[in-house]
Write a protein that binds this ligand. Sequence first.
Ligand code: SF4
Ligand code: FES
Length: 338
Amino acid sequence: MAEEEVKFKVTIDGIPVDVAPGTTILNAARQIGGDIVPPAMCYYSKLEGSGGKCRTCLVKVSKGSEKDPRPMPKLVASCRTTVMDGMEVQNITSPDVLEARKGVVEMLLINHPLDCPICDQAGECKLQDLSYEHGVADTRYEFERRTFERIDIGDKIQLHMNRCILCYRCVYVANQLTEGREHGVIHRGDHSEISTFIENALDSDFIGNVIDVCPVGALTDKTFRFKNRVWFTKPVDAHRDCPTCSGKVTLWYKGEEVLRVTGRKDEYNEVEDFICNTCRFDTKQTSDWVLEEPTPVEKESVITANHYAEFNPPPVIKENPALQVANAEQLARTEKLK
Ligand code: SF4
Ligand code: FES
């Protein structure tokens, strides 16, 4: 007889879920889904070792476990903390977490330029979303921001280090998807920056994926740069018989022209399959592809411009008075957008 699978019971913002031992709090929350899932700027489920860098996913553990119910003394990074049986976690129900998240966003924005109007990532930038949800209108930072020259990584990718939040995702892509290590973070602390061995980067078939994993506009596709705003394009899922990768992509159309090709992304903005450079950069004719269907886009995204479904308060908040109090600001914004 098959052994019964052991499961840990965890409660996140009052919602119980049974998960396998070893699951992180973040992934337990993703199994519940909806608004109680902490934001993650550096964790990427497809990249081993990612997470623990940005601190946007902080949560409060108000009960450690059934055996040891003491709360954890500090907020913890949910992408790096594994669940215990009987653990109770607070995310959007905890004013401490919401306050800390504001601080993290302020910190991430210390050096990040507010150049969204000219940034190619605008409209699909997770830092933009995070600032909207948790940011404050002013900065207390009085010093000059760090600035860097733009660097070309090969002829198709540009690194604009001013916008980098040092999440390390691109470094993991380079380490895990390409033959040799091509770039990494040099220096430490305030002086940290992404740097490359450009000659090597040119050779790798999968290096284009650094564009898809970058949560901000630091790594951009030079074949798409400044060509259009993302909300004027129409995403369509398509595939081709590719000898190198799965060949499953999203084509971004303006009229009949394919302006760019990306991997298909899930609700957490992670690609489903990493794609090769040939699919991404060199096959931009509709005749190269078998079209499937328009890419489903979350309803709050600007990519659905002019096609908004009715705005509703997120379901979990709607049903729970405690969450309504904790999320008064977010609800007020939602009301305004209606
Ligand atoms: S360039 Fe982008 S993916 Fe790489 S560390 Fe900076 S923010 Fe992260
Ligand atoms: S997502 Fe957890 S620290 Fe960045």
